[in-house]
Design a protein around this ligand. Structure first.
Ligand code: DGL
Length: 265
């Protein structure tokens, strides 16, 4: 099926999921929407996150997408049922694939889940891991300052290291064997997080596992596209120039054009 896959996040972080998706499914057209006018979502209430998420999802649905990938942990944790109810197409989030990836890596030790305050408060990862990795204990930690650091490109050096030390020192002492990067922005800080956590724990993010879940869904429903010339549109809700630079850095490839869109209801 020739229609694009719609992918959205509150900002640039979901591009880490888009990157994994286009690597896994290179023949698929995509439309990515970053709600840069409203980022961050992770410090807001469930009601507000769901309202913003519905605006993004409806805008992408109006572009004729064949399925929606919620490339945002906060929205996946707070609003997935609301999105699935509102749209007539399949909706895939990042929590279940991320939890499956962590459950596959743990050796029965503690799993540290790092996420936004909203994701941690929702308990979504904790519940999924209790089901998928019942022998492991789960330590969840909100790391809100990682998001602006990633948005600013401050992903290495003294400042992110000090912030990571403050958030993670006691998790290191607790001896987690797996660290689940439960926020789309955190893979950008993976080097610093790995340095602070030490050589023991495996770092897991949901991007690859989500791409695999999307591939399986498309295959199961006969929705795959075959052929060359995949097109990728990039939309954001504010300041496309800055977003453009960050998108190229996150995706590791040139981005032709970033279109600014207005989602006012
Ligand atoms: N995309 C969000 C997430 O994965 C992080 C950024 C935000 O707080 O909006 O939870």
């Amino acid at each position: 099926m020739d229609a694009p896959i719609g992918v959205f996040d509150s900002g640039v972080g979901g591009l880490t999921v888009l990157r994994a998706l286009t690597a896994r499914l290179p023949e698929e057209h995509t439309i990515y929407l970053g709600d840069t006018a409203r980022v961050p979502y992770g410090t807001r209430s469930r009601e507000v996150v769901t309202r913003y998420a519905l605006l993004c999802a409806r805008h992408l649905a109006a572009q004729g997408i064949k399925m929606l990938v919620v490339a945002c942990n906060t929205v996946s944790a707070d609003s997935l049922p609301a999105l699935a109810d509102a749209l007539p197409i399949p909706v895939v989030g990042v929590i279940e694939p991320g939890a499956q990836a962590a459950a596959a890596r743990t050796r029965g030790g503690a799993i540290a889940v790092l996420g936004t305050p909203a994701t941690v408060a929702s308990g979504a990862y904790q519940a999924a891991l209790r089901r998928l990795a019942p022998l492991s204990s789960v330590l969840a930690r909100a790391c809100p300052l990682f998001v602006p650091l990633a948005e600013e490109g401050w992903t290495d050096g003294e400042v992110p290291r000090l912030v990571a030390e403050r958030y993670l020192a006691d998790l290191r002492r607790a001896g987690a064997d797996t660290v689940l990067l439960g926020c789309t922005h955190y893979p950008l800080l993976a080097n610093v997080i790995a340095e602070v956590m030490g050589p023991g724990p495996a770092l897991v993010d949901s991007a690859q596992a989500t791409a695999e879940a999307v591939a399986q869904l498309l295959r199961a429903r006969g929705l795959e596209r075959r052929g060359d010339g995949a097109r990728h549109r990039t939309l954001c809700t504010d300041v496309p120039e800055r977003f453009h630079l960050m998108a190229e850095r996150f995706l590791g490839r040139p981005v032709d054009l970033v279109e600014a869109v207005d989602l006012s209801p």
